[in-house]
Design a binder for this molecule. Structure first.
Ligand code: ADP
Length: 223
């Protein structure tokens, strides 16, 4: 899918003070691209990811997903775009602690219309766990998994509803460098073999340059 932003701008208010999180970002992503976003802390990386993922709304400017302008005033549309187009991977994994690995992967499927039966959901979740090498950990709770395993579950979950776009916010930020590399390799494979569009926020410039097109952001502006 293509992702385009035009003059994307976001202000937050802290009391009377205005914080400029994004300041007129024009970004164009082609179908099947892997883009990494790098920049100092507070430069607007997460805000950009959240708005593209329809988790947050811009103050000004537009997002086009596959050429369709997102109407940010239409709450139900945002929910449906999130569920159909986008999968999220988080730095802190954000798994539900009381659900085991396969249940965590199944979870987003409950909310997808045209839903599958319980058995179909479970089979698909197991398949997605197989693809990240976790078939033997399917019944384990998050508390019984290592950081790398938790992020593998996170990646399997991000794929639950077959999104075209994966948004990953510092996916290796909580991992040692070797484990982090294996997670990056996994994302790279998703991009190479399945043509998923990926936008990843990272501090690891070297890895970002190895596997993706890098864009730099500072004070809410692309460099
Ligand atoms: P990054 O991901 O690059 O660290 P963010 O996108 O999280 O940057 O934040 C950009 C700027 O917007 C920062 O100055 C941050 O403090 C501010 N900001 C982000 N979210 C909020 C919020 N919910 N309320 C107020 N300010 C925010």
């Amino acid at each position: 899918m293509t992702v385009v932003t035009r003059d994307l701008t976001k202000y937050y208010w802290m009391g009377k003070e205005q914080v400029v999180a994004l300041d007129g970002v024009d970004l164009a992503m082609e179908a099947g691209e892997f883009i990494s976003v790098v920049g100092p802390s507070g430069s607007g990386k997460s805000t950009l990811l959240h708005i593209i993922g329809c988790l947050d709304v811009p103050t000004k400017g537009d997002v086009y997903l596959n050429g369709m302008r997102v109407d940010f005033s239409h709450k139900k549309l945002l929910v449906s775009l999130r569920r159909t187009f986008v999968g999220f991977v988080f730095q802190a994994f954000n798994l539900i602690p009381t659900l085991n690995a396969v249940e965590n992967v199944e979870y987003p499927m409950y909310f997808n219309k045209g839903g599958k039966s319980k058995r179909e959901r479970e089979e698909k979740a197991r398949r997605l766990l197989d693809l990240v090498g976790l078939e033997k950990r399917a019944r384990h709770l998050p508390s019984e998994l290592s950081g790398g395993e938790l992020q593998r579950v996170g990646i399997a979950r991000a794929r639950a509803n077959d999104p075209k776009l994966i948004l990953a916010d510092e996916p290796t930020g909580n991992l040692d460098s070797r484990t982090g590399k294996s997670i990056l390799d996994l994302l790279k494979r998703l991009n190479d073999e399945e043509g998923k569009n990926i936008i990843m926020v990272t501090h690891d410039l070297e890895a970002a340059e190895r596997i993706s097109r890098v864009i730099r952001i500072r004070d809410g502006r692309l460099q």
